[in-house]
Design a protein around this ligand. Structure first.
Ligand code: MD3
Ligand code: FE
Length: 238
């Protein structure tokens, strides 16, 4: 099946409209059920291909020597703590796979869906989708109690939104503030097929994944266990 046949705007919006976009904070929009099970399965098939690409899934090692519990494969640019490189110099030195065109189009649809009613900010976000061109994706795989501590995403030289897609097990997503990694924060349950877009004033908020709810991946999503999260970003690099 062609990529465009799989991601028609109408289908994507029909699913999402059942639950509707939810504004969590200015610029932070949660769209439950955005991807159909068929779309999720197709993306999981691509994920398996990415993990067999030049740079395998790897748990990044932080500067203190601590290894992350989440494993990641990157597209377009490779992320390592705390920078983007074309080659995975902390893994095997190889160039990562290209950022796929279908994902650019999906990212634009995601931003259009999330910000169609303004995103709780002003018209600047509503005008974004046409020009939104993500060039890096971090694809995180959570299994066996993996978590992600509270952090900001600030290695990009751009304040363009981050688009997040979840597939597989449900998780608790902790969305904080831009000042501290502690309270105030709100916990949001993210389920398979959910979209989340973080832009505007929410772009540099602290966030993390305190818990993945094992065994909650829905039948037919393509993953029998664990959780995949794709985040698309604009690195601002060339
Ligand atoms: C809020 N990933 O890869 S997605 C990450 O589920 C990351 O794997 C988590 O945090 C995951 O950096 C959370 C939600 C998310 C992603 C990026 C953000 C929230 C964000 C950037 C800015 C603000
Ligand atoms: Fe993050």
């Amino acid at each position: 099946m062609s990529d465009d046949a799989l991601f028609p705007l109408e289908l994507v919006q029909a699913e999402a409209l059942r639950a509707g976009p939810r504004l969590v904070a200015p610029g932070a929009v949660h769209v439950p059920h955005w991807l159909s099970l068929e779309q999720q399965r197709w993306i999981v098939e691509r994920f398996v291909e990415w993990t067999h690409g030049p740079v395998p899934l790897r748990a990044a090692t932080l500067p203190g020597g601590h290894q992350m519990s989440v494993r990641t494969v990157c597209l377009g640019w490779h992320w390592q703590p705390y920078r983007y490189t074309r080659e995975a110099t902390d893994v095997n030195g190889l160039s990562v796979l290209d950022f796929p065109d279908w994902m650019v189009r999906l990212g634009r649809k995601a931003v259009a869906t999330a910000y169609s009613s303004g995103g709780g900010v002003d018209d600047s976000l509503a005008e974004l989708p046409a020009s939104y061109t993500p060039d890096a994706a971090l694809v995180n795989f959570y299994e066996h109690g993996a978590t992600m501590g509270m952090h900001q995403d600030k290695d990009e030289r751009s304040n363009a939104p981050v688009v997040s897609l979840s597939i597989g097990d449900e998780c608790i997503f902790r969305f904080g503030n831009t000042q501290t990694r502690t309270k105030p924060y709100s916990d949001v349950q993210l389920r398979s097929g959910d979209l989340f877009v973080f832009g505007g004033p929410s772009r540099f908020a602290y966030h993390g994944i305190p818990k993945v709810l094992q065994g909650t991946a829905p039948e037919g999503c393509g993953l029998s266990y664990g959780r995949i999260n794709i985040t698309m970003r604009v690195t601002g690099m060339s």
